[in-house]
Write a protein that binds this ligand. Structure first.
Ligand code: ADP
Ligand code: MG
Length: 304
């Protein structure tokens, strides 16, 4: 394409909230035939809310469990953490507790990507995260509680757990809403001959529930994916000769955004993802991937 056409193309993109970091990107985008989506914050809003909360096991009272959970998640930037923080603050207030008035910064706090967070609050070891995380920390999950967790997941909720000193003390079902245009985006891409995948750190049942709604077949869903799993999936598709766009919002997506032929960041995502990407969707809508591909195809006359 003529340089002016490329300039006009990137200009039209920018006007529509699709930022191409250079004309080369526009050309590669025209050849994309596979799109890998992250789930949380990309296909879904990432504006999570706690739907279910329950205390399990024996130990200190609910007020203390809520307080410790609150302190742990207050230090995390994860969308799930924000939901948990909000819930703990609300519950503590409802209970007439003063514990929600002063946050305690956990000692040795650390976030484990794709797993959760751990640290020490008032001399007790606290962990908040998924089943895999509890497994690593050797926290037992009673059969009855496991059944409750599965029930949450079948509803499409993300189930997370809280342990205090190695004992499971609370379970939490968090729901996230699909972005209104995610299903349309997937269907439109498929009709354009672009196949879609989903690679998520969330569990299989929740991932499949979302995949079902947006129209991504189970065979194209990879769950419980760590950042390196996302990279591997992108490379695998490239190995099959596909030109791959990866769409994501999180720190955990950044390596895969770099690996992809076209890394696409959700504008509202983390700064690291926006930096790692070569295309930024300012409006944060999944459907703007369609706009990006159509625009680049128009400029490079590769309308199929
Ligand atoms: P996605 O790939 O869908 O964006 P992530 O890789 O960010 O998901 O997270 C994967 C999983 O790790 C979450 O579904 C959750 O179970 C767990 N997790 C990550 N961070 C936290 C946190 N701060 N609190 C609780 N759970 C967390
Ligand atoms: Mg995400």
């Amino acid at each position: 394409a003529a340089p002016t056409a490329v300039m006009v193309g990137t200009g039209v993109g920018a006007k529509n909230g699709v930022l191409f970091k250079g004309g080369d990107v526009l050309e590669i985008t025209a050849n994309v035939d596979a799109v890998v989506f992250d789930k949380t914050g990309t296909l879904t809003e990432g504006l999570c809310g706690v739907e279910e909360w329950g205390i399990v096991g024996e130990g200190e009272e609910e007020e203390e469990v809520l307080f410790k959970t609150w302190c742990m998640e207050k230090s995390s930037e994860h969308p799930l953490a924000k939901a948990v923080v909000e819930h703990c603050e609300r519950r503590l207030k409802e209970m007439g507790s003063k514990r929600g008035e002063e946050v305690h910064t956990p000692e040795g706090w650390r976030g484990v990507t794709g797993m959760g967070v751990e640290g020490t609050v008032e001399n007790k070891k606290v962990a908040v995260g998924n089943r895999a995380f509890m497994g690593i920390l050797n926290v037992g999950i009673p059969t009855k509680v496991e059944a409750q967790l599965r029930e949450m997941e079948f509803k499409g909720q993300t189930a997370i757990m809280v342990s205090v000193n190695g004992v499971l003390r609370a379970i939490c079902g968090i729901s996230d809403q699909l972005k209104p245009d995610s299903a349309l985006a997937v269907r439109t891409l498929q009709s354009m001959g672009v196949q879609c995948w989903m690679v998520t750190g969330d569990n299989e049942r929740t991932a499949n529930a979302v995949g079902e709604i947006v129209g991504i077949p189970r065979s194209n869903i990879v769950s419980q994916a760590l950042p390196e799993t996302k990279v591997r999936e992108v490379s695998r598709l490239q190995g099959e000769g596909r030109v791959v766009a990866m769409v994501g919002d999180g720190i955990n997506d950044s390596p895969a955004l770099v690996q992809a032929d076209v890394g696409v960041a959700i504008g509202a995502g983390t700064e690291i993802a926006v930096e790692a990407a070569s295309v930024v969707l300012v409006r944060s809508a999944a459907s703007d991937v369609v706009v990006a591909i159509e625009l680049s195809r128009a400029v490079f006359s590769r309308i199929k």
